[in-house]
Design a protein around this ligand. Structure first.
Ligand SMILES: [Zn+2]
Length: 228
C-alpha cells in the first residue's frame, strides 16, 4: 500500500506540474537548446584567410533577428538540413554560399546570417516565386538545393491569422493567441526529426537572376503599436 500511495503522489506531482507549465508563458516552453549547432567557417580578419571556425546556435540568430518566432526556427532548421547535404565534410563556408529567400523577415535573417549571403555582394536576394522557402548554392561545386517545409506541417491557423494580422485586423487578444499558436508550433519543430519537417532537393537547372525589388513589407513590425 505504501508503494501505491507513493506512485499516486508522484502522478499528482506530474499532473500539477503539467498544469503549471501549460498555464505559463508558452514561449517559456520553447527549448532553443534543442536546435543543433551549425559549424561555420569565415576569414579571420578584414583581409584574412579562411580559417576561422565558429559554432552558431539558434539563440545567436534570435539576437540578430530581435525575437524568437516560428519562422526563424523554420529557417534555422531548414538550412541546417540543407547544409548537411551541401557541406557534408565540414563547416559551412560562409564565403562560398549564395541564397535566394522568400520575403519573410524571419526567413531572410536566417538566410543571410547562416549562409553569409549578402545583398550588396550579389550573394543574396529575395524572390517569392521560388518553390518552398529557399534556394541555395555552393559556389565551388555549383551544387544547388531547394528547401521546403513539407505540406501539412504548419498549422493552417497560423497562416490565416497571420494574413489578418498583416492587414491590421487583429486586436491585442487575437495577436496574443496568434503568438501562442506560433510558439507551440516552434516547440513542435524543435522536438520533431527534421526529416519529417523538410524536403531538401537538388536543383539541376539552377538560375541566379537577382531581383531588384527591395520594398517588401516588414511584416513583423506592422502591429508594433497595437494597444489593448
Ligand atoms: Zn520573426
Amino acid at each position: 500500500m505504501k508503494s501505491l500511495s507513493f506512485i499516486n503522489s508522484t502522478y499528482l506531482i506530474i499532473f500539477i506540474s503539467t498544469i503549471m507549465v501549460s498555464c505559463s508563458d508558452p514561449s517559456a516552453q520553447i527549448d532553443t537548446s534543442k536546435a543543433p549547432a551549425i559549424k561555420v567557417i569565415d576569414t579571420d580578419f578584414s583581409k584574412g584567410q579562411l580559417n576561422h571556425v565558429q559554432d552558431i546556435q539558434l539563440d545567436d540568430l534570435v539576437k540578430l533577428h530581435g525575437h524568437l518566432c516560428d519562422g526563424l526556427v523554420v529557417g534555422y532548421l531548414g538550412l541546417h538540413e540543407a547544409f548537411k547535404e551541401l557541406y557534408p565534410e565540414g563547416p559551412v563556408d560562409r564565403t562560398n554560399t549564395r541564397i535566394i529567400s522568400k520575403s519573410s523577415p524571419c526567413l531572410t535573417d536566417a538566410a543571410m546570417y547562416l549562409t553569409g549571403g549578402r545583398y550588396p555582394y550579389n550573394t543574396f536576394y529575395v524572390d517569392n516565386s521560388i518553390d518552398g522557402i529557399y534556394y541555395l548554392q555552393r559556389l565551388d561545386h555549383q551544387k544547388a538545393l531547394s528547401v521546403s517545409l513539407k505540406a501539412g506541417v504548419k498549422p493552417e491557423e497560423i497562416d490565416s491569422l497571420g494574413q489578418l494580422a498583416i492587414k491590421e485586423r487583429l486586436n491585442l487578444e487575437e495577436l496574443n493567441h496568434l503568438k501562442q499558436i506560433e510558439d507551440e508550433f516552434s516547440a513542435v519543430l524543435l522536438s520533431t526529426p527534421a526529416k519529417e519537417l523538410f524536403d531538401v532537393e537538388v536543383i539541376t537547372d539552377f538560375q541566379w537572376s537577382p531581383r531588384s525589388k527591395h520594398n517588401y513589407p516588414k511584416t513583423d513590425i506592422i502591429n508594433k503599436n497595437v494597444m489593448e
